[in-house]
Design a protein around this ligand. Sequence first.
Ligand code: SF4
Length: 366
Amino acid sequence: MLAEREAAKYPFLREGINLLEGLDLQLEELAGPAYSKVVDRAKERVIEAILNGETSSRFVDPQTELLSYPIAVMYVTLISEQFLNRRFSLSEAVRAYSLLQKEDEDRILDIALNEFDWDIKEDPETIDGEIMNLKLSFSDYLRLAAGFHEPKWKLVNRKMENGYIALTDKESARLMQVEVEKWVNERVSTPSNFPLPLPLQTRLDEIKKVFEENRSKLGGSALPDEVINEAFPPCINYCLEGLMAGRRASHMERFALTTFLVNIGMPIEQMVSFYTEVTDFDESKTRYQIEHIAGLKGNRTKYTPPTCNTLRTHRVCRNPDRICDRINHPLSYYRRKIWGMQRRAEEEATRQAEKESEPSNTAKQK
Ligand code: SF4
């Protein structure tokens, strides 16, 4: 029973995976009334991810909680939308983080060592009044904390001794959130496509409806047809400004800029004339490279911009702002900013309409 509860808390534990495999449930069984609570909870997990960005934890009935996880994963793979994959992975990881924060260092150590193979050890010390119970190897720390912007995660602000970084229990749990997100994302990233029994299909349709109704406000909508310069992320502005100022752009800067412009729908002609106007690039070479990136030449692959992590590593991530804290890809930044701009425009239009519909003071006096 304890194992089941633990597995319900952390679906990534080997113990839980073994428990589930042992049950060997088939879709037809899951569609029966005996499992209606489970499939409802699975639906709820995905909807919570869409609406709240965090999955709740329900342990009154650990078996339902445990079984609902793989079904929720199945729903996400059947919808097969990258944006939902990321949102679901993050929501499940945030759920794990809130549970891990309540664990003692022995449990965190146990999970880190046995489930994620971290090079971590118990070695308590107090630094600036904080108890740091655990020490994580430099390489694991770098890998896991690379996406964090807060100053406290920067290496210069950490104590490192013999290749190990001291961590509080809470910090270790936060790093584990990154690991869980990656783990879940790997499991939802392969799309699936198979028919479902009606009771399961009905729930899937409900999830799809909620997803479609909310995706644009969450920043996962298709990109607009016209290019909105004001919504460019700081890294892309940095690349653009550099080009215009005649700075020699690195390969990564040019790749990030071109892939970004291609993906937001800037016409090839416009890009070619922009590049050749502001630089001394050769027109035919520039055209070929842009068309190659756009998937019109060569191996016919349309390239997407690198992630924020990669751009950070190559020092192209410059002047990140508040939107950057909530995204991990320049295209997500663009979508989110456009959504914010549209929302503000709609609010302004509503305010204006309300003002115009009010009777004027003069009219009132009449
Ligand atoms: S966080 Fe991402 S979107 Fe923001 S500036 Fe850095 S690379 Fe660009």
